[in-house]
Design a protein around this ligand. Structure first.
Ligand code: ATP
Ligand code: MG
Length: 562
């Protein structure tokens, strides 16, 4: 459930919107989230989604989902569908139908013809390399193309023939006639159309010319009546072009959109670039875009992150124009914090050590009711069965305990969670000297009360072996060993491939045991395994009879740089 406090507050974009609403500049706001369908959405997009949909929600406006599909080579419907699913899963609803920039190709073409007629656009024959040479540099003005002064008639004729497929790919472009000496390189006669014979996921083979992003985006915003067009800071220098285009076409809508920039999220120990994430998938470093180690929304979902937890993270990341570099622990902290109260708890033993109860007496030993959550009675509870053989976590026993060890030691006692106090009477080892079994006894006078005459400090979790349910458990760690895997330089000063810093121990699959509650769960069922962490039944591989759990996050931040 959304509520208005869930979003970043007190930031400059909210101030702008509040002023615009107060002054009557806009009666209502309209934002948009404009992904390019060339990959799955990642944590950076989650920030942008929470911002755009969040603002619409807070100020009772609307937010469009618009696919910016002007690069047909890399775009496809798999990505379109995945993006829709991710946005909805995060808890948001777009206004009306999803939009596509490609829906506006006809209008964009007509505006381009209008610009030509006004003498504000021309067909250029320079090759891409020549265009680059003529563009100049940051310190040097560009040069006019020799084709810049073609007549309107010639430009109209050539542009029509570009559209009709009379010229080979890349042989001509349509450019805006702005200023080759502008201090802003984006204003040096930007290319707005290129010839590309590529099948488009929406328009098929109708077009062999495609409009460029800068030209398309502002007009799409204007057509949709967007009031506040929010993008990341690298587009700041494109804003004059955004405004130039809208100043030079007949307004398609009464509302004139304005662009505002905020800093993009960078998450340490992770990567926020679709291209690089694509590489991880294509090269088989992960099992797919939704691998639970991926910072994609679908990967994080499969990992067990919740929409509420991700929204909390986005709120904490905040919105500003200053660097937005956030440590992974902030994301994990938000997820943990949210699961603390939403996930019921059960017992599982990941690394079992067998315990034989030498004084087990079926007439005396009682199971005990335990709630699924100490603070949420409404989550219900269950009886925890007990039997002569138990499993405890191997590292809850220490033969030679380190200082301060409060759990089980030879001759020592611990409380079995929700049950009796148990003493370790004998340690059984195999021929290699490994501990394989403990022989222990219960103090039957300790169910629900303290033992007589002594204090037992440690509490450990345990399972009845007879009732334990085997479960596949995947233990995930961070995918990278470096905070900025794509910014490490080698001795020669060159960037090293980010794949050099993949953590070889980012996933370990084990067979563990869980209590009977682990049977017959649906997929995506989130639990705390007491003392161990938060786990979720896998969206793909889990079966009610054969549970598969993914570790979402440990209970404490135990991560240490190597
Ligand atoms: P990538 O570099 O991963 O391909 P992108 O910006 O090219 O990202 P788009 O699909 O064009 O991806 O982005 C859709 C929206 O999400 C844009 O408004 C973009 O500014 C925003 N966005 C993308 N990455 C981030 C990020 N790391 N932080 C905040 N917003 C982001
Ligand atoms: Mg992009």
């Amino acid at each position: 459930m959304l509520n208005k406090d869930q979003f970043a507050d007190n930031h400059f974009i909210r101030t702008i919107i509040e002023e615009d609403l107060k002054s009557g500049k806009h009666e209502a706001i309209q934002t948009r989230f404009p992904p390019e369908p060339n990959g799955y959405l990642h944590i950076g997009h989650a920030k942008s989604i929470c911002l755009n949909f969040g603002l619409a929600y807070i100020y009772d406006g609307l937010c469009n989902l618009r696919f910016d599909d002007t690069n047909p080579e890399k775009e496809n419907d798999e990505y379109v569908n995945a993006i829709k699913e991710d946005v909805e899963w995060l808890g948001f609803h777009w206004a009306g139908e999803p939009r596509f920039a490609s829906n506006y190709f006809d209008q964009l073409y007509d505006y381009a013809v209008g610009l030509i007629k006004d003498g504000k656009a021309y067909v250029d024959d320079l090759t891409p390399e020549q265009i680059r040479e003529y563009r100049g540099t940051l310190t040097e003005a560009g040069k006019n193309s020799p084709y810049r002064d073609r007549s309107v008639e010639e430009n109209l004729d050539l542009f029509t023939r570009m559209k009709n497929g009379e010229f080979p790919d890349g042989s001509k472009t349509l450019r805006l006639k702005i200023d080759m000496a502008s201090g802003n390189i984006n204003m040096r006669d930007p290319v707005i159309y290129r010839i590309r014979r590529v099948h488009h996921h929406n328009t098929g083979d109708k077009w062999c010319i495609y409009p460029m992003y800068d030209y398309t985006h502002c007009i799409s915003d204007a057509i949709e009546g967007i009031t506040h067009s929010l993008c990341t800071l690298e587009f700041e220098a494109h804003r004059p072009l955004y405004d130039w285009v809208l100043d030079n076409i007949p307004a398609p809508h009464a509302t004139r959109p304005r662009q505002y920039e905020f800093s993009r999220l960078e998450l340490l120990y992770s990567i926020t670039s679709k291209r690089k994430l694509n590489q991880l998938v294509a090269d088989g470093h992960v099992s797919g875009w939704d691998d639970p180690r991926m910072p994609t929304i679908s990967g994080m979902r499969r990992r067990g992150y919740t929409p509420e937890g991700l929204r909390l993270f986005a709120k904490r990341a905040g919105i500003s124009k200053s660097e937005n570099v956030i440590d992974m622990s902030v994301l994990e902290g938000a997820i943990r914090e949210e699961l603390e109260n939403s996930a019921p708890r059960m017992i599982a033993v990941l690394n079992p050590l067998k315990v034989t109860l030498t004084n087990f007496d079926p007439a005396q030993a009682q199971s005990r009711y335990a709630p699924y959550h100490p603070n949420h009675e409404e989550m219900g509870g269950r009886e925890l069965p007990i039997s002569p053989t138990l499993y405890i976590e191997a590292d809850d026993f220490a033969e030679n305990p380190p200082k301060g060890f409060k759990r089980l030691i030879p001759g020592g006692e611990v409380r079995l969670r929700h049950s009796y106090v148990m003493r370790c009477d004998e340690v059984v080892k195999d021929s290699d000297g490994h501990v394989v079994e403990l022989k222990c006894s219960l103090d039957y006078d300790t169910l629900g009360k303290n033992p007589e005459g002594r204090k037992v400090k440690g509490v450990i979790h345990w399972l009845s072996a007879e009732h334990a349910v085997p479960a596949t458990v995947r233990l995930y760690e961070r995918l990278f060993t470096e905070p900025r895997p794509d910014a490490v330089r080698g001795e020669d000063g060159e960037y090293l491939p980010f794949t050099d810093f993949l953590n070889p121990e980012s996933v370990k699959e084990i067979t563990a045991y869980a209590e009977p509650a682990a049977k017959n769960l649906p997929a995506e069922s989130r639990w705390q395994f007491e003392r161990l962490g938060y786990f979720v039944t896998d969206r793909k591989d889990h079966r009610p009879e054969q549970p598969v759990f993914n570790r979402t996050v440990t209970l404490k931040d135990s991560w240490q740089p190597k």
